[in-house]
Write a protein that binds this ligand. Sequence first.
Ligand code: NAI
Ligand code: MG
Length: 534
Amino acid sequence: MAARISSFLSRSSSSSFALLSRGTNSSLRRGILRYGTAASVEEPIKPSVNVEYNQLLIDGKFVDAASGKTFPTLDPRTGETIAHVSEGDAEDINRAVIAARKAFDEGPWPKMTAYERQRILLRCADLVEKHNDEIAALETWDSGKPFEQCAQIEVPMFVRLFRYYAGWADKIHGLTVPADGPYHVQTLHEPIGVAGQIIPWNFPLVMFAWKVGPALACGNSIVMKTAEQTPLSALYVSKLFLEAGLPPGVLNVVSGFGPTAGAALASHMDVDKIAFTGSTATGKVILELSARSNLKDVTLELGGKSPFIVCEDADVDKAVELAHFALFFNQGQCCCAGSRTFVHERVYDEFVEKAKARALKRAVGDPFKSGIEQGPQIDSDQFKKILKYINSGVESGATLQAGGDRLGSKGFYIQPTVFSDVKDDMLIAQDEIFGPVQSILKYKSTDEVIKRANNSQYGLAAGVFTQNLDNANRLMRALRVGTVWINCFDTFDAAIPFGGYKMSGIGREKGEYSLKNYLQVKAVVTALDNPAWL
Ligand code: NAI
Ligand code: MG
């Protein structure tokens, strides 16, 4: 997958990417560069898929919400409704938990051999791979992500994750432990039971795979609550899982809102574990709901304000391209976005000029169009929040180098925006903006940049760009973050663990580490009659 991302990265940086969204007529008003209206974002391209699944998946069947309620899921290109989706709430979550419990306690899933579970997971992966382009189109329609990104990176990454965890299914085993006495001691690694999972809208499919893959490989059953902005791809994929032979009730999918369906799942007394990805504020709520209910085990993957450090020896052109990708990928809607670009003073001015030029070249437009690097933001709340941060950057005295406003008059497109002269105490250098807004900060020494990079409530990831081995070694150890990417960024293979230090989360997902989230350890101690057997 790393290879796929870098090939996407090099393609997206090639000059063959058409410049679809930038008007010629930019003017400075209140320090804000305004772009001309772009035809490419005004006329949405019709997607090549239909919405086939819009109900809840409970106990192997697609059903309406108990209340009969539905909610619209919107197309971020226009803000118009794509489809009405059943809106689950506490009652539906309860129905789903009952089905998951039954599948766990009585059903075949945890009882079948690991090899049989592995074969079903592999069939799930095969079917998703077979429907790659339909799934990618649904994801683009619902989320505004570039179709090429969905089709070439995200759906294949889903498949890779499922194959990776299918591989683990029959390699999970305990230990034999030497004890100080006449005992035979062994550990059994058992599934936790019913896993509740709550995912966000920025990577609907990938987050689904990160959570569902290891939970199923370990033999758990699941109640998944998808994000209200992006319910469609999970329903489509779950239908394929039934076709692949996943028994009813093993995976239940409830679309709905956070304070209703999400909170009901996190506080349910018969859910054994909750895995959450989203904002730090909601992560705190989840932990509290667990504490107030049954102390279910909690893993959290939360926000970030990740530093991207360009050392003085860096090849500036390469650093600019990577820093651009680190921030702008996925419309800037990444928990690990490199959103504090620290640049050494010796290369700062050159870097800023080139970062500005790169942002002005970014291909923004209808995400279904080939060559598009950036689509619209997810919804009107995020759109307004990002524009407010841009305003705050201007007002706090940062220099606006590029962008600064919406693009077009329809939907949630925002111009790729670059600020230089950003200071650590500005809001744009502290908060998670979650949008296409790059903040470039200047530094003088490695000691200084380590202190400033670590001076954040978050600790999710960091990028380091250098040719100097000592610098790389020093920074990788000093940065208090869950992932350090050196001369790369957003490299996300299934085998690489991911998670946060500090307020960026609790626990690790992906890789072997994620199995720990879905297993518990039982110690079995057997007295030995004849100590000679020791
Ligand atoms: P959020 O954290 O509120 O939503 C994520 C998921 O949690 C959704 O499925 C939502 O329905 C659910 N949720 C919300 N409130 C809940 C509650 N009380 N109980 C249980 N579940 C609940 O994030 P939101 O509102 O979509 O975005 C706000 C900000 O969060 C963004 O601007 C961004 O800064 C950050 N964010 C971070 C993400 C990450 O990957 N770390 C992903 C999405 C958002
Ligand atoms: Mg949507």
